[in-house]
Design a protein around this ligand. Structure first.
Ligand SMILES: [Zn+2]
Length: 90
């Protein structure tokens, strides 16, 4: 990927451009979506991680026109259901 500000190539993991120091917003937005999907996946196995990632994903989804919002809400819902099921088994 490339920095929007100075056009230099930037590491995929970078949050701030090492050449000009400007925050890479697109990367942050991708992470927001990733959080939602991570929460969705984790919610099946680890409800607590589903809540955490779902909550973060939901907060970030509101900053990027709702992208990832469905995944975040699904993550929280599935995590809650799995938590209740786990409690009933125990
Ligand atoms: Zn730059």
């Amino acid at each position: 990927m490339f920095c929007k500000n100075c056009g230099q190539s930037v590491c995929d993991q970078a949050v701030i451009c090492p050449h000009c120091g400007v925050a890479i917003q697109e990367q942050a937005e991708q992470k927001g979506n990733g959080m939602a999907i991570a929460g969705f996946v984790c919610s099946f196995f680890m409800p607590i991680l589903g809540w955490v990632f779902g909550g973060v994903g939901l907060a970030r989804a509101s900053k990027r026109k709702g992208k990832g919002k469905g995944f975040s809400i699904a993550a929280i819902a599935i995590a809650t259901v799995n938590f209740v099921v786990a409690l009933s088994i125990l």
